[in-house]
Write a protein that binds this ligand. Sequence first.
Ligand code: AMP
Ligand code: TRP
Length: 333
Amino acid sequence: MEKKIFSGVQPTGNLHLGNYLGAIKNFVQLNNSKENKCVFCVVDLHAITVNQDPKELRNNIRETVATFLASGIDPNKSIIFNQSQVSAHSEAAWILGCTARMGWLNRMTQFKEKAGKDKEKASIGLYSYPVLMAADILLYDATHVPVGDDQKQHLELCRDIAQKFNNDFKVENFLIAPEPLIQKEFSRIMSLKDGSKKMSKSEISDQSRINLRDEKDQIVNKIKKAKTDPLPMPSEIKDLDNRPEARNLLGIYSSLTEASLEKSINEFSGKNFSDFKNTLTQVLVDKISPLAVEIKKLLNDKNYIDKILSDGAQKADEIASKKIKKIHEIIGF
Ligand code: AMP
Ligand code: TRP
């Protein structure tokens, strides 16, 4: 069956291993399958829900595209564009904001985390962020949305919005409730300094993450210093209970080598932690360093990236403007 895939990544700079293993690696596989139609969006409208420096934002949009390309997404097979260039996204977000309920949004944990203690000072955009995300997905009739584990709740909201809109206007199956595609085993990559916290670009310490643009010696240094515990390498999955750092590092290794957690545990059982760290570093350097080189190279040709974005926006606009036109008719505009 043909799958329609949509996903988005914020151009907030510093894409890291969590973004790669949790989302982008999956995008590449989906892009490579013949039956899929994929749309990958650089969600710049989402990025401005918190303050952005305009010059940096412009660079980060290009850098996100360069990361997609370097990872193996083919712009001839998938649509790559930035959200702000297709006006239907903002428009649909307003309309669907009239379908979504305050009570639903009040439950969103990402808003609570990002707004912090002083909610009064958070932007309205940050609050209604998941409605814009629903608009992104529903405009393309996406059937499947590859994301990291942290976006699960937003996808449930998207499904609720689709259903309520269809019910309210008596248009059965007009908006398609999408299925999340979340990696089964390693859907959440954790900080290298604290296995209970998600690896994140907003974390102050750079030691907590592997950035996709890190140089080889930075990777070596970060894995060397990555937090572990004094216990030996596990010999079965059960041994990882209450050992979040060891689990995370083995998860990263498994995900990079496409092995099951069980297989990786068997590979290192009885060995020293330092042996494991050496092998992990080698795999990271082999897989991630070439990305950094390629991203840098691509960023030297801004015209090429801008051309991909403008071609992509044109293709995306063809799909999205048809859908928004139908939405207008349904609503009575
Ligand atoms: P963002 O950079 O927040 O736009 O996230 C882009 C994609 O990366 C989303 O699908 C996230 O769910 C995913 N992602 C971000 N951080 C992590 C992480 N630590 N582990 C797994 N996936 C992640
Ligand atoms: N909210 C997502 C994140 O922070 C990014 C995003 C925006 C997205 N629109 C989307 C993801 C549509 C999937 C589908 O990671």
